[in-house]
Write a protein that binds this ligand. Structure first.
Ligand code: C2E
Ligand code: MG
Ligand code: MG
Ligand code: MG
Length: 282
């Protein structure tokens, strides 16, 4: 824009840009105190076993309620927390809180196999992650198998020498390691055989075109077939329609998540959903 108007024309105050910048500074300064102020909470979305139709697990999704900024979803603030480094502390809280919640639910007879949390690449690269996971499991007296860590392919592109060691150390705690948004990112498949990964979640971007779009259907089909022959668990994400569910069942996809089953829910609502859903005949 400035360039088009001539090379040396300094545009001066750009309200658009200034607003973007002040929003950013505002978010970053509010984020710094948000944890201590108790402004975060988690919602939970069920994972459905497609063979039985039952809800078997849950994914914790972070929400931020700030007095000035209102209610924000992770798309609006996680990248800021990554830039500032706050995501390491916030992410540790997410892991602890999800474990605590699972413990509480199990004590009340809500029989969830595991709880999944999203882990940012910045957390993954921080040496505290393994200790954080161990402490959270210990605090809530949970087996490693009760926790699943979801990471995007972003953790793989830095190819730092520690990547393999971090995966191995996490694996030693017994937690399940899953690649989230599979297929959206860097698509180097090599890591699937090098790293101790338990599962992948097919990016919702492929689900949108199912069953009408042939390319999306073919990609989903190929991902499910590959994952199953590698012995990996597969979850179809973003399932919104019955046709999409049937497509995944037809491919033998073990697990699914999406608005068709339930939106992410506050803990009390999740408990209600879980009881009602699993009492139904599937
Ligand atoms: P994700 O882990 O892939 O989570 C799925 C996102 O899709 C969630 O959005 C969920 O609400 C939404 N979703 C689920 N089912 C459907 C559906 O059927 N249709 C549509 N259109 N959307 C669906 P949300 O909660 O806004 O989270 C967005 C992303 O933010 C997550 O993607 C994850 O990458 C990140 N995130 C969430 N919580 C955390 C966290 O605690 N830590 C970190 N580092 N990232 C998080
Ligand atoms: Mg996820
Ligand atoms: Mg995803
Ligand atoms: Mg997800």
């Amino acid at each position: 824009e400035a360039k088009r108007r001539g090379r040396n024309t300094w545009q001066g105050f750009n309200p658009q840009l200034a607003r973007g910048l002040s929003d950013r500074l505002m978010i970053e300064s509010q984020l710094r105190r948000a944890l201590d102020n108790g402004e975060f909470r988690l919602e939970y979305q069920p994972t459905i076993d497609l063979a039985t139709g039952r809800a078997v697990a849950a994914e914790a999704l972070l929400r931020w309620n700030n007095r000035q900024l209102g209610e924000l979803g992770p798309a609006q603030f996680v990248s800021h927390a990554e830039n500032s480094g706050d995501i390491v502390r916030i992410g540790a809280w997410v892991i602890r809180e999800a474990c605590r919640q699972l413990r509480e639910w199990r004590a009340r007879g809500i029989d969830l196999a595991r709880i999944a949390v999203n882990v940012s690449y910045r957390q993954f690269l921080n040496e505290s992650l393994v200790d954080t996971v161990r402490a959270a499991l210990r605090e809530s007296a949970l087996d490693g198998a009760a926790l699943e860590l979801e990471m995007t392919e972003r953790v793989l592109i830095d190819d730092v020498p520690d990547t393999f060691e971090t995966f191995a150390a996490l694996r030693q705690t017994g937690v399940a390691l899953t690649i989230d948004d599979f297929g959206e990112g860097y698509s180097a498949l090599n890591y699937l055989r090098r790293l101790p990964i338990d599962g992948i979640k097919i990016s919702h971007t492929f689900m949108q075109g199912i069953p009408g779009n042939r390319a999306d259907s073919a990609i989903c089909e190929a991902i499910v077939r590959m994952a199953r022959s590698l012995g990996l668990n597969v979850t179809g994400e973003g399932v919104e329609t019955e046709a999409q569910r049937q497509f995944l069942v037809g491919q033998g996809t073990p697990l699914a998540q999406g608005f068709l089953f339930s939106r992410p829910l506050a803990p009390a609502r999740f408990a209600e959903f879980f009881d009602a859903w699993n009492r139904r005949r599937h």
